[in-house]
Design a protein around this ligand. Structure first.
Ligand code: NAP
Length: 316
């Protein structure tokens, strides 16, 4: 029996494991995708102490730190089912049939990339349509690509794609960006990035592979842009399936509802990172790490007898 089962191997999960280990809690950390969303960050310039570091390198450091403790067991695999047993402990059934038991849970399950749901998107998925510009831009050397969206993922993605592609269309439905001004300035300085603003994409076009995108309004005389690749970077949805299995309350935006101690509405279950509505929905390495630390502290207090009273103005 573990004291705490941390599910998720991204910034939140690894930080939770580091803190849990230092509280001397017997900790199991499991997850399917090592590094979480963090590995998709090309250049991280906002992790204090590192002026610039690649996302995969930063996540490797997190993992090395978390697994340096003898209290931490690290497994890669997908948790299929979570159950709360009659005596209050939790049972996790893995996809491969393995079963783990723990006294508490920290869900750091992150999020999944959002899809647009337009004709051609599914058909050309993997044949020119992908959901991570920073991961896949490398395959489009000297080609023309479109990056869709106006947040950090899209704008950073366009800046990275511009380093290899001949031409990058940044297609956004508004004329202002929610991305950090740092990335907007960077992308504006690239001569091969063309801003296609106040346009929606209606369809991905092609035969065997992507050949273009159809816009809702003409741009420079045509509603079709000829492109070889389309990176859809329109945000993510929180991965709440396991939270739902445990009966945790989900907020009106679809995130796992947590209090200031990262407690969910289900006693013994805590949340951390992009899956939660903590940190005002701000999804950063720093906020994920902070939430992971707070969740581990919450687990420590809970196991010491703080029996979850007072959650969200007595909601449960
Ligand atoms: P996001 O901030 O939610 O931005 C999504 C973008 O896609 C928005 O510009 C939105 O347009 C657009 N969009 C959403 N649905 C759309 C639709 N159906 N059709 C057309 N456009 C649509 O998502 P994100 O950029 O993936 O960022 C997620 C979180 O990760 C943020 O907290 C971000 O700061 C963080 N992140 C940080 C970094 C970094 O610091 N380097 C890098 C990547 C991500 P509107 O603006 O009109 O709503």
């Amino acid at each position: 029996m573990f004291d705490v089962l941390v599910i998720g191997v991204g910034a939140a999960g690894y930080t939770a494991a580091i803190y849990a280990a230092r509280y001397k809690l017997k900790t199991l950390i499991v997850g399917a995708e090592e590094g979480g969303m963090g590995i998709t960050a090309a250049d991280v310039g906002n992790w204090p102490g590192e002026i610039e570091i690649r996302g995969p390198d930063l996540m490797e450091k997190f993992k090395k730190h978390a697994t340096s403790f003898e209290e931490v067991t690290h497994k890669i695999g997908r948790v299929e089912m979570l159950e709360k047993m009659a005596d209050g402990h939790f049972k996790a059934t893995m996809q491969n049939g393995d079963i783990y038991e723990a006294r508490t849970i920290i869900l750091a399950t992150g999020s999944n990339k959002r899809h647009l749901g337009i004709p051609g998107e599914k058909e050309f998925s993997g044949k020119g349509v992908t959901y991570c510009a920073t991961c896949d831009a490398f395959f489009y050397k000297n080609k023309t690509v479109a990056v869709l969206g106006g947040g950090d993922s899209a704008v950073e993605g366009a800046a990275i794609a511009a380093q290899v592609a001949a031409k990058v269309y940044l297609v956004h439905r508004r004329d202002t960006f929610r991305a950090e001004p740092y990335w907007v300035e960077k992308v504006k300085s690239k001569e091969n990035v063309v801003f296609v603003l106040e346009r929606n994409v209606l369809e991905v076009l092609g035969e065997q592979k992507v050949a273009g995108i159809k816009l809702d309004k003409a741009f420079e005389g045509s509603d079709i842009l000829a492109v070889d690749g389309v990176f859809i970077e329109i945000g993510s949805n929180p991965s709440v399936d396991l939270a739902v299995q445990l009966g945790c309350r989900i907020d009106e935006k679809g995130f796992m509802d947590v209090d200031k101690s990262m407690r969910s509405s289900t006693p013994g279950v805590f949340g951390a990172g992009d899956v939660t509505n903590g940190s005002n929905y701000f999804a950063q390495f720093t906020t994920a790490a902070g939430e992971g630390a707070t969740a581990a502290n919450g687990v420590f207090n809970y196991l010491q007898g703080d029996q979850h009273h007072g959650w969200m103005q007595g909601a449960c």
